[in-house]
Ligand binder design. Structure first.
Ligand SMILES: Cc1cc2nc3c(=O)[nH]c(=O)nc-3n(C[C@H](O)[C@H](O)[C@H](O)COP(=O)(O)OP(=O)(O)OC[C@H]3O[C@@H](n4cnc5c(N)ncnc54)[C@H](O)[C@@H]3O)c2cc1C
Ligand code: HEM
Length: 403
């Protein structure tokens, strides 16, 4: 436990650090990667370049510091980050490295304002925060390894099938090389893939949501090719599309993540997705249909047009069921889409449309997609008075950077 003086000092300096937050975390990463270049094997370089990881780490450290005398209150946030850490293979021995460089960065950026007393208080606070993460993660490592079909770290999976789902999205069916059982997952969860690209110094790790229902002998991921316009092309997605063939081996973590379908409830459910955000939503749709045939489900998918609309057939196969209602939104339909009547609504999903077409009172909402889509859906649901507890979303990037 920390003494009251230390707690007060840490809390009183949070606003100052918050003000310099990104400067501190940017400096932190420079210092840490300078001394520990091996950590570039686990961090996402594109997130670093865009400052996303810096924002995520900064907001998490400050949130934790504000609750330093009541970390229980932010346990859900700790768990969500810990899921990501577990899937990446972050271990207790990594924490002192982060702590040391965070304090060095605070000193560097704040100069004389960072007195010995302040640094000492933050060192103690970081120790407490790190311990909280380490203990939550220890349980998760244990559970991932000990569950039926589970494993520790990364396991070799063979690409059994590679299926083009649209102009930009391709699915990969992954089966374990050892041909043994694979762990169950909850719809909405993701796996991490670790790639060693020949000729490259560092490995790349990325997360992909599982896009089929659980209980199969394979995991399926569906990956969008991230083409950079002004920026470089996405490294891993393009490599998977262009270089990885059926029969190749990929290193895969056990499933992780706290964005999960709650099948204990039987209230109506709405699943909304934009673009490749369809992956966790389709897994949820298939599961609701399998496990809760009485539960009403509205499935809403937004895509630019039919050329980039993935996994359409799998959704359509389920819309014949009475419990399922589905709507496709295209914002830029092609002539062919119009001729084939292949969409229900032209344009974006709006608050008014949801109000008129979705049973939203007491419904559970799950959504995933590009940032503008997610912000707009979130705002619409709040406007409609949907309770915070009934709103669940997944963001395909570092959570705290979603501002
Ligand atoms: C929980 C979770 C689930 C996910 N599920 C899925 C899924 O089901 N399907 C899916 O396709 N994706 C999913 N993702 C996203 C996925 O993990 C990757 O982020 C995505 O595939 C892009 O990776 P990449 O290596 O191709 O791109 P990166 O190389 O990581 O680049 C990402 C973006 O940054 C840009 N960029 C690269 N370098 C720079 C630079 N120097 N300066 C500025 N910009 C730059 C690129 O153009 C690109 O747009 C998920 C992510 C998370 C966190
Ligand atoms: C108390 C200390 C720490 C805090 C508060 C913290 C916080 C965070 C947060 C908020 C994220 C983003 C989560 C998300 O994507 O949803 C994250 C991701 C990550 N963390 Fe930590 N972290 C800590 C310690 C560590 C340590 C010790 C390491 C390893 C050296 C580490 C490595 C990573 C990596 C590699 C990612 C993913 C980065 C990416 O995909 O861009 N973290 N962490």
């Amino acid at each position: 436990m920390l003494d009251q003086k230390t707690i007060d000092l840490v809390k009183s300096t949070v606003p100052v650090l918050e003000k310099h937050g990104e400067q501190i975390t940017t400096r932190f990463y420079q210092l840490m990667f300078g001394n520990h270049p091996e950590l570039l094997n686990i961090f996402n370089h594109a997130n670093q370049k865009q400052g996303k990881q810096q924002r995520a780490l900064a907001s998490a450290v400050y949130a934790a510091a504000m609750y330093i005398d009541n970390l229980e209150a932010i346990l859900p946030v700790v768990q969500q980050i810990a899921h990501k850490h577990r899937s990446l293979g972050i271990k207790p021995e990594h924490y002192p490295i982060v702590g040391k460089h965070l304090l060095l960065a605070i000193k560097d950026v704040l100069g004389d304002a960072a007195t010995d007393e302040i640094i000492d208080a933050w060192a103690k606070a970081y120790g407490i925060i790190a311990d909280a993460f380490i203990s939550v993660e220890a349980e998760m490592y244990d559970e991932a390894a000990k569950q039926k079909g589970g494993w520790d770290g990364f396991r070799n999976f063979i690409v059994d099938r590679k299926v083009e789902e649209s102009d930009v999205i391709t699915s990969f069916y992954l089966v374990p090389e050892d041909q043994k059982e694979i762990a169950h997952f909850i719809p909405g969860q993701y796996i991490s893939i670790k790639l060693e690209i020949e000729g490259e110094k560092f490995t790349h790790i990325r997360q992909y949501s599982l896009s089929d229902a659980p209980g199969k002998e394979y995991y399926r991921i569906s990956v969008k090719r991230e083409a950079g316009t002004a920026n470089p092309d996405g490294r891993v997605s393009n490599y998977l599309h262009d270089e990885v063939k059926e029969g190749d081996v990929l290193k895969v973590s056990a499933p992780a993540g706290d964005f999960v379908l709650d099948t204990t409830k039987n209230t109506p459910i709405a699943l909304l997705s934009g673009g490749v955000g369809i992956t966790p939503m389709l897994s949820m749709l298939k599961t609701v249909v399998e496990m809760q045939p009485e539960r009403k489900v509205t499935f809403i998918h937004a895509a630019a047009n039919g050329n980039v609309h993935a996994l359409r057939n799998e959704v359509e196969a389920l819309t014949a069921l009475e419990q399922v209602n589905s709507f496709f939104f295209y914002d830029s339909p092609t002539e062919e889409d119009r001729q084939n009547n292949s969409f229900d609504v032209e344009g974006y999903v709006t608050r008014d449309w949801i109000e008129e077409n979705v049973t939203y009172k007491d419904a559970e909402f799950y959504f995933c997609g590009p940032v503008p889509f997610m912000k707009s859906v979130n705002r619409s649901l709040k406007d409609l008075g949907v309770a915070e507890d009934n709103i669940h979303f997944e963001f395909f990037g570092p959570k705290g950077s979603l501002v």
